[in-house]
Every structure is written in C-alpha cells, then in structure tokens.
Design a protein around this ligand. Structure first.
Ligand SMILES: Cc1cc2nc3c(=O)[nH]c(=O)nc-3n(C[C@H](O)[C@H](O)[C@H](O)COP(=O)(O)O)c2cc1C
Length: 239
C-alpha cells in the first residue's frame, strides 16, 4: 500500500460500486468469549458524514484513524452492541468484488448511544481519539454525535428505517404493537395526516432502537488477488 489507508480504502470504494462491496463482515467477541461474526453495511466515513453539508475540516494528519472511523448502523438491541460495550476490539473482513481485494481491518469499536446527551461508549483509547477529533470543531461533541446519528438515520431508506420496529430476528419475540402493524415505508407514502400520532410514535420508537457503531482502525491488511504472487500489505493506523 503506497497511499495511506484512508486513501487506499477510498480508492477501493470508488472502483467498487456494487452493493455487495458495501457489505462487511464484522467480528466481535461474544459475551461467552467466543467469536461472533455477521454482515453489516458500511454507511461512510465519520468525517464525510459529519461534514457533508459544510466544508470538510482539515483532517489532522496525525489522527486519520479517528477522522476516518468507519460508520455502521445497527439495532441498539442487537448482540453486537452489548459485545462491543464489553469487548471493543473488533475485526472487519471486507471483500471488494470488482477489484478482488480483501481488506482485513483490526480496530476498536464504539457505540453511539443516542439520547438527550448523545455520547460514545465504552471508554478506550479509540473513544478518546474520536473525542479529540470532534473537539477540533467549535460545536459541542454531543451535538456533533447527535448530528451524525441524524445524518445516518435520514440517509436510510424507509424500508431500512422500518426494520428498527421489527422484533429481533433471533428472539422471535413479538414486536411492539407499533412495530407489528406499522411500516414507516408505508407512512412516507401518506399525505402527512397522522391524527392519532401513530406515525410519529412509530418513528420515535424506531429511532430509539437505532444505534451506530464506529470502528477506529488500528491495522489494515490488504490482499490483492490481481497482484501475482498474492501478497498482503499491512499498514498501522496511529490514533
Ligand atoms: C447483506 C446484509 C446486510 C446487513 N446489514 C446490516 C447492518 O447494516 N446493520 C446490522 O445491524 N445488521 C445488518 N445485517 C444483519 C446482521 O448480519 C445480523 O444478522 C444482525 O445484525 C444481528 O446480529 P447480532 O445478533 O450478531 O448483533 C445485515 C445482513 C445482511 C445479510
């Protein structure tokens, strides 16, 4: 890898446009201490999502890992959220089908906990680096984190938003009455008439289940199948 890892990853994302190139295998350590892996969709880099509507900040060359934290949307009720809160070290495995590259990204994850005072948890060197990065702006950290949550939420399709009302697939528990009967997808097609406040209630409930995971990379290893013989190139990211 000649460029720094954010540039390399960005170049891969430009070269890979299929939806599958946004699906990442996200591995955590389960509460039982065993490996746990699942697919998640990449939503963007922290610096892009935070500053899409305004001029991008000058990213401190010393802190690209925090600025380019990888952002994923998830359900606050899901296992991976509890797992990250307990054991924040994670590994991602990301296959770019068009360029036939595998990126293996080790890092530390934080959960963005939304609420009156939006914050990140758990405490770690990565969460400290994220906070330092956010403190470079004049806006309070909590307000920036809230904007980040809003930006990802509004970027989701109505169908994706309605999934936050579903019961978790694993539990097979019935969802809330709102979740069982009301799809936000349908609600967006309505004329805005919501006399009983059902749509507003469903929207609030869906948002209360919505969380973000941010991964601050510490090591990135790339395997390029187009380069013979195969070899991996590893880069370490400084916090
Ligand atoms: C193509 C694909 C994309 C997915 N994207 C996400 C996602 O962005 N966020 C998410 O939480 N789960 C996503 N899932 C579901 C997860 O893989 C997983 O089943 C779910 O989050 C529960 O995981 P957990 O119980 O280990 O937390 C996706 C699944 C597939 C097949």
């Amino acid at each position: 890898m000649t460029a720094s890892w954010p540039a390399t990853l960005r170049a891969s994302l430009v070269a890979n446009t299929s939806i599958a190139s946004r699906w990442v295998q996200f591995a955590t350590i389960s509460l039982q201490g065993t490996p746990a892996v699942r697919t998640v969709a990449f939503r963007g880099f922290l610096c892009d999502l935070l500053y899409s509507a305004s001029a991008p900040p000058t990213v401190e060359p010393a802190a690209p890992a925090a600025a380019h934290a990888l952002v994923f949307a998830t359900d606050a009720r899901s296992d991976k959220v509890q797992e990250v809160l307990r054991s924040p070290l994670v590994e991602l495995c990301w296959y770019m089908p068009e360029t036939r590259q595998q990126l293996r990204i080790a890092g530390t994850a934080v959960v963005l906990v939304r609420g009156h005072h939006t914050r990140i948890a758990p405490e770690s060197p990565a969460s400290a680096a994220l906070t330092r990065y956010l403190e470079q702006s004049n806006k309070p950290v909590s307000a920036q984190l809230a904007s980040l949550g809003d930006a990802v939420w509004t970027g989701l399709s109505p169908a994706a938003r309605s999934q936050y009302l579903w019961p978790l697939a694993k539990t097979n528990q019935p969802g809330s009455p709102a979740g069982a009967c009301l799809s936000l997808e349908l609600s967006t097609g309505s004329d805005g008439n919501d006399p009983e406040g059902k749509i507003a209630a469903a929207n609030a409930e869906a948002q209360s289940n919505f969380a973000l995971l941010l991964v601050v990379p510490s090591r990135i290893e790339m395997l390029d199948l187009f380069i013979q013989p195969f070899g991996t190139v590893t880069e370490h990211a400084n916090l």
